[in-house]
Design a protein around this ligand. Structure first.
Ligand code: ADP
Ligand code: MG
Length: 701
């Protein structure tokens, strides 16, 4: 096939050439015409407004002035040498100043010549100055080209030194658009263009780089954002469908004895409406014959574990095994214990496999998984190893997905002849925009209801100076029979510092809470698993009053009698981590508290985090705030491979646009499930070229 013109190397573009092409590739990954076209401006300046020198105000904004050069001179010596031009617009006079390129600029500044000057004015005494202004001779052609908004492009020092100014960049784009405009064919279905009154693709690409007016810019942007989201959502929806069609899995049609017995006789409480709804969604999947790929999101304490267990029982009732994988040993242990407890009067065999399982036990487990005598296996990454072979794995559940990579998820697929059903659970909610754009190929379930009777956790923020007050409060709570967590941050750069902080904190706590009246446990990452478990066990059995820990207790730990969570140096934690830690309390019937201890001087972001935590207990709200604060990449942890980077759309600012695009993508596929109607030809062609890999197009056509 002939190479499309958009895939031409950018070095062949007017004004670029091989050395600038190299710099563009280095700085922005721009290699082709297409890449260059999609490197959108970072901001715009308004060239429709002119200012008068005697009306300038010092508010930090850029201005544009028309006037004449009155005279030019050089001032100073050596590094301080500068070129100063007197510039007047008939109302007032100001100075234009250059420290660099003096000789070159001096030549162009003849006295009496009229210029359009653009830049940020600053006041020195009674005089206004602009340093390194942008200068355009006031000629007809310049007026026309600079009539609307002017695009400003991100650049690097190297690019600037190569003479590639934002202006040059803009000119190269202009040349590119002239050359390729016949190839910029429409890619959205005509009915969407009509119904949503969208600008055509060609116009949008022109006006995003060279907007004729603010209105044109806004319309171009609206169209390009929609386009970006729409194609991503189409791709996800098609992939989800292709996966289902391709991957048949086991049919768990029966809701059998184990499920019913558990539901009717063991389950100590009523399920919440949300839990019931999600279980129905899961059951719908596992009886369909198609492989389930579902993510369950729920706030801390919303009761995901029960849902997981009941999904596993569906598999067991249909003669299959089930696995539950957790990211840490402590968490796996905790799941193992609570599930074993709930299964203790049933014939269901539950085992645990982790990195620290002893060889002899390990052999027994391997054998039990192979011959099918183990029904539920709980474990850590150890479950992924090749030597873990099942007789007939029917469902694989992954808890706290964000700790695992996509590859690990995929590994579970290989554990049976047909891929087992996959259920993924998140530790805390993620914003809907992120869920849709990074896990858009999964079906999403949300447990948006907490079990009844939970008293909202009271969260307070204290400065370190108020420690005495906190200690008195702790004593009073212990007096009432409650238990307390104290968490220290993990300082990644220095494990020793970390440990010594924790150690000091521990010693201080022991001084304030001396034996034998008080018992204090300690858990940190440097301890042997057995030691950790022993300490955790003492605490969960109520033998100790206080648990001093690093963030190893962050996820999943469940001690209902613990009702106070104290977080030391809380300013060092991210929002979702703070929320996750807070979720360790409020699990019993008692009023629970979360106390955030910080130093007095806080950054703006830290203050915002503390305020958010004090204001709300809602994990969905917190995850949105976290997204605003940190941006999508950081909220997801390491960038997930499924998550794409957007060229113009923003997951932080364009939430509604994403929802709309998803809705429209669903509509499109309803009209034309395989996208082979003539009206979708352009859409389909574009989708194939942009998302071939993701969709695995061959499955649907
Ligand atoms: P998470 O969603 O954070 O994993 P868990 O599954 O650990 O939450 O559940 C938190 C606590 O709530 C557990 O003690 C669990 O037994 C309890 N729980 C779960 N569902 C309900 C319910 N419907 N009614 C009352 N308590 C429940
Ligand atoms: Mg959990």
């Amino acid at each position: 096939m002939k190479k499309h013109i958009l895939h031409t190397s950018v070095e062949f573009l007017k004004g670029i050439g091989s050395s600038r092409a190299k710099l563009l590739a280095e700085a922005f990954g721009v290699r082709t015409f297409k890449d260059f076209l999609e490197l959108y401006p970072s901001k715009y300046i308004d060239r429709t407004q002119y200012y008068k020198i005697n009306e300038l105000v010092d508010d930090g904004s850029d201005v544009q002035i028309i006037g004449k050069i009155q005279g030019v001179s050089t001032v100073g010596q050596g590094r301080g040498k500068r070129l100063v031009a007197k510039f007047s617009d008939g109302n007032g006079t100001m100075e234009l100043v250059w420290f660099q390129g003096i000789n070159f600029i001096q030549k162009s500044l003849t006295k009496g010549k009229e210029f359009i000057v653009y830049g940020k004015p600053a006041r020195f005494g009674s005089k206004w100055q602009i340093t390194h202004p942008q200068m355009d001779e006031n000629k007809k052609e310049n007026q026309k080209q600079r009539a609307g908004l002017q695009a400003i492009y991100s650049s690097t020092d190297k690019l600037k030194r190569s003479g590639f100014s934002s202006r040059k960049h803009s000119d190269s784009i202009y040349a590119l658009l002239e050359q390729i405009h016949p190839y910029l064919v429409e890619n959205l279905p005509p009915y969407l263009i009509r119904e949503m009154e969208l600008m055509s693709r060609k116009s949008a690409l022109f006006h995003i780089h060279h907007p004729k007016s603010i209105k044109h810019y806004q319309e171009a942007k609206r169209r390009l954002i929609f386009e970006e989201f729409y194609f991503q959502q189409l791709a996800f929806l098609l992939k989800n469908k292709a996966t289902k069609e391709k991957n048949r899995s086991f049919v768990f049609g029966e809701v059998g004895t184990h499920f019913k017995t558990f539901f009717n006789e063991v389950l100590p409480f009523d399920l919440t409406g949300a839990q019931k709804r999600v279980l129905k969604e899961i059951h719908g999947d596992v009886k369909s014959g198609k492989q389930m790929n579902r993510m369950v999101q729920g706030d801390v304490g919303s009761g995901k574990t029960i849902v997981a267990l009941m999904a596993m029982l569906m598999a067991i009732d249909n003669k299959h095994q089930a696995s539950l994988m957790a990211p840490t040993e402590i968490l796996a242990q905790q799941h193992f214990e609570s599930i074993s407890e709930m299964m203790k009067d049933s014939p269901i065999c539950v085992e645990i496999l982790t990195g620290s399982t002893k060889t002899k036990k390990r052999r027994e487990i391997d054998a039990g998984l192979r011959d099918g005598s183990i029904h539920i296996i709980v474990g850590t990454h150890a479950l992924l190893e090749d030597k873990v072979v099942f007789q007939n794995l029917g469902i694989a559940i992954i808890d706290e997905q964000h700790r695992f990579g996509v590859a690990q998820r995929a590994k579970m697929w290989t554990k049976n002849v047909k891929p087992p059903h996959i259920l993924i659970m998140t530790a805390t909610p993620i914003p809907r925009t992120l869920a849709l754009s990074s896990y858009g190929d999964l079906d999403l379930s949300v447990i948006d209801e907490l079990p009844p009777g939970r008293k909202p956790i009271v969260t307070k923020h204290f400065f370190d100076a108020k420690r005495l007050q906190v200690i008195n409060f702790m004593r009073a709570e212990i007096e009432k029979g409650r238990q307390i967590y104290i968490v220290y941050p993990l300082i990644e750069e220095s494990e020793t510092l970390d440990l010594s902080n924790l150690q000091k904190g521990f010693e201080a706590i022991i001084r304030d809470f001396p034996a034998p009246t008080y018992n204090v446990s300690i858990v940190h990452g440097k301890m042997k698993p057995a030691e950790k478990d022993a300490q955790m066990k003492e605490f969960s059995e109520g033998k100790t009053h206080i648990m001093v820990a690093t963030t190893v207790i962050e996820v999943g730990v469940n001690v209902p009698n613990a009702s106070v969570m104290i977080i030391e140096s809380a300013e060092r934690f991210g929002l979702s981590q703070l929320h996750q830690l807070r979720g360790r309390v409020g699990r019993g019937g008692e009023q629970s508290y979360c106390i955030l201890m910080t130093k007095f001087k806080l950054s703006k972001d830290s203050k915002f985090r503390m305020e958010t935590m004090v204001r709300t207990n809602d994990g969905f709200e917190i995850s949105e705030a976290d997204l605003q604060l940190r941006g999508p990449g950081d909220v997801m942890g390491t960038r997930q491979s499924g998550m794409m980077e957007f060229k113009i759309a923003s997951l932080v600012n364009n939430r509604d646009e994403l929802m709309l695009a998803r809705e429209k993508a669903i509509e499109t596929l309803k009209k034309d499930p395989k996208m082979n109607l003539a009206i979708h030809k352009g859409t389909r062609d574009f989708l194939v070229s942009a998302y071939k890999k993701l969709i695995g197009w061959s499955h649907i056509s």
